[in-house]
Design a protein around this ligand. Structure first.
Ligand SMILES: [Zn+2]
Length: 319
């Protein structure tokens, strides 16, 4: 839960402006009291003094976390406002899963595929990402900064324009991440799927070194989506697993050879002749990688080569 509270206390007690502009502190259980009924947060400070903060959050959110246990808060001070993040936790009973959902996200599309453990493709869905939209805001920011390369930091109107584009970017990304997170959670619950996502921890350093802004943007966005997906999944007691994402969109899922690009997002294998949509192939590869990793020590029957997911050969896909 993220709650925002405005401190009136600071001004009343001496009226001095805080020297630090940004300050974040984690506060443990003993140094505050949280009363969800009255939505008050009481922070204990030196000399037995207390600061009372009213949590500015919706009833809905308070209701949601009522049965959870709160264990920590973080307080952040930005200029003369105080932001409080309240952390809650709850034990979740894992559900039995019957299928596997893999999710591939690239610059244009987010593709998700639900597989039976036999390898049969049960469902395929594709969403457009908002990254092109985000990119136009990003280009605006860069254009402004280039034009006023020396002075933009000092001119208020320009600073504000840049901030506005930045806010748009963040809200587009959050909106989308929540929307897709909800949809995925719905599908996953319906199919009782284990969710397989790309493990991005190794990827990050490579991409950050590369100059491609689009790649960085895709990665940043994927992280955001991953966060909402894993949250929604966990809340429903569904498992999330991470697999190595290397070369998932360039390896033949049938024979392991390198795939060639034959235009309009179709990839073709020179060795075994497999052809398929790039995003779907990435999803299939994630699925195989997950199977190969094994699930909790259980060996799964690897699908036979002729049991390739049924969507693989379909070239035209709805967009
Ligand atoms: Zn092949």
């Amino acid at each position: 839960m993220y709650a925002k509270a405005v401190v009136r206390a600071t001004k009343q007690s001496g009226g001095k402006k805080p020297v630090l502009r940004r300050l974040t502190a984690r506060i443990d259980r003993y140094d505050y009291r949280l009363d969800l009924e009255s939505r008050m947060l009481i922070l204990k400070i030196h000399n037995g003094r207390e600061v009372k903060l009213r949590l500015l959050t919706s009833t809905e959110r308070v209701e949601k976390f009522r049965g959870w246990s709160n264990y920590e808060i973080a307080v952040k001070i930005v200029e003369d406002e105080v932001y409080v993040s309240v952390y809650f936790r709850r034990a979740v009973k894992p559900r039995r899963t019957r299928t596997v959902m893999t999710i591939d996200v690239n610059f244009d599309n987010a593709t998700l595929a639900v597989f039976a453990l036999s390898g049969e493709l049960l469902k395929l869905k594709r969403f457009k990402t908002p990254l092109r939209k985000i990119l136009t805001h990003r280009i605006w920011i860069e254009r402004i900064q280039r034009r006023y390369s020396r002075s933009w930091r000092f001119i208020r109107g320009i600073r504000r324009a840049i901030r506005r584009h930045g806010e748009r970017i963040r809200s587009i990304a959050w909106d989308y991440a929540h929307k897709i997170g909800d949809k995925i959670a719905e599908l996953v619950a319906e199919h009782s799927s284990t969710i397989v996502l790309e493990n991005l921890s190794n990827l990050r350093s490579n991409v950050n070194r590369s100059n491609s802004f689009n790649k960085k943007l895709s990665l940043w966005f994927y992280r955001r989506i991953q966060f909402t997906i894993s949250y929604e999944a966990l809340e429903r007691g569904l498992l999330v697993r991470y697999v190595n994402p290397g070369k998932t969109s360039s390896t033949c899922p049938r024979c392991g050879s390198r795939l060639e690009d034959s235009g309009s997002r179709v990839l073709r294998c020179g060795r075994c002749g497999l052809a398929g949509d790039r995003d779907v192939i990435a999803c299939v590869n994630l699925f195989y990688r997950y199977l190969r990793c094994g699930v909790l020590g259980v060996t799964l029957n690897a699908p036979k080569p002729d049991e390739n997911p049924s969507g693989m050969r379909r070239k035209e896909m709805r967009r």
